[in-house]
Design a protein around this ligand. Structure first.
Ligand code: NAP
Length: 545
């Protein structure tokens, strides 16, 4: 273990000092804590949740589960995966929380973790090249580095609907689910939103509630999850493949263990392509998207063909043709694959039940909420519970929500008000020694979370180590590096069909928010190449002093 750069100490003013302060207790934050400590740095992790787990602390609604197969939804270190077992291919929130508890115990994270504590302000002290950070507990901390790992979804989006405050039943947002849960049994449940959260909530409500109404603005282009239980023996056998799965992630566009199909869409006949769609459909999860033709997100004709296949599958499952048409209309409501596709198990079948209704908000808009339910243009739908699967104010809820003042006195939020400016999606000019992982202009939304947490995280740890080895105390992105990166992020997005779909990837899900690509669509391999090219050239694009 090497000597720490700034040993943990309390000064006469009772201010705790450390090398790195990490904000956020999901995969990215936990990775930093483990790896910085292993390099001999002093580090502490703060989270305003009461447990580690990041998004899985707040998104604990019934049916909340990950869209990634379980080998990839964990850290790739053998000392952690060797003894860990999930029970399902796509684990639910409580198992993922269990995983974080396991990692905590195995790596002794608790001693360096401050839960139930919100970071309120951070001011850079240029004299000492440290961040002075305050918490809602009244503590002040000095840290050489601040690493923001708050994820994309720390600020839930609640739509403004007239009369909502008058509703006399229960309400909840999927992203802030009450820790004591909501019991749907015997209740009339209304769900607004058809993203991954709305789809999962609808499935659970359809089996538990007396009646379920889904309020749909845009149909969910959901793909089959293909969930299955895993025995301990199966997982043990799968472990012989784990290392190969982890190794391949960095060479794939989205950090999964598979890549876009190798053949061009143009080189196959329609019949051959249909066979291909059928095969991918059988595997399920994201294979009919990120394991299919690259052209699906690049060209209208390809995207529309995949949509037509998807639509056929939905119509085959929904008995009432009018409902099927609302769920999967002839004209694609959005271009196939241009936002993260929800995964479903019995979502479409649920609409064959007498106690599940679909309200198409384009035909029948919500007028207001009343004490008894939701009033649409066709009348009142009486409800006991209203659930919001209405998404998140992505990124704004993370780094920009903390009052961070850089060296010019400007806050990070102000610095980004006319558009995100970062170098390699990792730091911003005027904010030395401040890193964000899984943040704006990183490949985050495109990728498997743990992959980005590890690969981008590895770069940050290596950078901090390099600083120590070369006697540097301050690193800051140059404006030129930010310009280069902004151009790269915009160019990559514009080369695809993505900008034509409104989604949280562009901030357009939030009324009034400027539209720009929030995430890097150039793929993980190119992202990592550019990051390591800079590192190997003594952190080109950054000023070290
Ligand atoms: P989302 O994908 O942003 O979906 C929000 C939904 O709410 C959309 O259908 C949107 O309709 C609707 N909506 C928003 N405002 C509305 C309004 N005023 N009236 C009616 N409908 C409204 O949010 P999410 O489902 O929470 O998912 C966010 C991301 O979290 C996903 O992309 C996924 O990556 C992740 N997630 C993953 C899982 C999983 O792993 N299985 C589970 C949950 C979430 P429009 O489309 O018309 O805007």
């Amino acid at each position: 273990m090497q000597t720490s750069e700034a040993t943990m100490e309390r000064t006469s003013q009772n201010v705790e000092e450390m090398d790195a302060l990490i904000i956020g207790g999901g995969f990215a934050g936990v990775y930093q804590l483990i790896h910085l400590r292993e390099q001999g740095f002093t580090a502490k992790l703060y989270d305003f949740a009461s447990q580690l787990g990041g998004i899985w602390y707040w998104n604990r609604y019934p049916g909340a589960r990950v869209d990634t197969t379980c080998p990839l939804y964990q850290f790739s270190r053998e000392d952690l995966w060797r003894d860990w077992k999930y029970t399902e291919m796509f684990p639910a929130w409580h198992e993922i929380r269990g995983y974080f508890k396991y990692v905590d115990e195995k790596m002794c994270l608790s001693k360096d973790t401050r839960l139930d504590t919100r970071i309120e302000t951070a001011n850079f002290d240029s004299e000492r090249n440290q961040w002075i950070v305050t918490t809602d507990k009244g503590d002040t901390v000095r840290a050489r580095y601040v690493i923001i790992c708050t994820g994309f979804a720390s600020k839930p989006h609640y739509p403004k609907i007239e009369g909502l405050e008058t509703f006399k039943g229960e309400t909840a947002h999927a992203g802030r689910w009450p820790q004591n849960d909501i019991d749907f049994t015997g209740k009339r449940v209304g769900i607004i939103g058809t993203g991954a959260s709305g789809v999962q909530l609808t499935e659970q409500s359809s089996r538990r509630a007396k009646h379920t109404t889904l309020f749909q603005r845009t149909p969910a282009l959901a793909l089959p999850l293909r969930q299955r239980k895993l025995t301990e023996q199966e997982q043990e056998e799968m472990k012989s493949e784990y290392q190969a799965m982890y190794d391949i992630r960095k060479d794939t566009f989205a950090g999964f263990d598979y890549e876009f199909h190798t053949e061009s869409w143009h080189d196959l006949t329609p019949e051959q392509r249909r066979e291909h769609y059928k095969g991918r459909w059988g595997i399920g999860a994201f294979r009919p998207w990120l394991g299919s033709f690259r052209e699906l997100i690049l060209e209208d004709e390809a995207s529309n063909e995949a949509y037509a296949y998807w639509r056929e599958q939905v119509h085959a499952r929904v008995k009432d043709p009018a409902t099927a048409e609302k769920l999967a209309p002839e004209k694609p409501p959005i271009l196939y694959g241009t936002k993260r596709m929800p995964l479903e198990q019995w979502f479409f079948d649920a609409f064959n039940q007498d106690n599940v209704d679909l309200v198409d908000l384009k035909e029948t808009p919500i007028v207001r909420v009343t004490p008894d339910g939701i009033e649409t243009s066709e009348g009142l739908i009486e409800l006991d519970v209203i659930l919001f699967g209405t998404g998140f104010d992505a990124v704004t809820g993370g780094p920009a929500a903390i009052d961070i003042h850089g060296v010019h006195g400007e806050t990070l939020k102000d610095y980004w008000k006319d558009g995100f400016r970062t170098a390699l999606g990792t730091t911003s000019n005027g904010f030395p020694n401040l890193f964000f992982i899984y943040g704006p202009q990183s490949p985050a939304a495109w990728t498997n979370g743990p992959s980005t947490a590890e690969y981008q995280g590895e770069w940050v740890v290596a950078c901090i180590k390099y600083m120590r080895e070369h006697g540097f105390h301050r690193i800051e992105a140059s404006r030129e590096a930010e310009e280069f990166w902004r151009e790269e992020v915009i160019t990559c997005a514009e080369g695809t069909l993505l900008p034509r779909t409104s989604s949280w990837w562009f901030g357009t899900n939030i009324p009034g928010k400027a539209s720009e690509p929030l995430y890097y669509a150039g793929g993980l391999p190119r992202f990592l190449d550019l990051c390591w090219q800079s590192a190997n050239n003594d952190y080109e694009g950054f000023t070290l002093s």
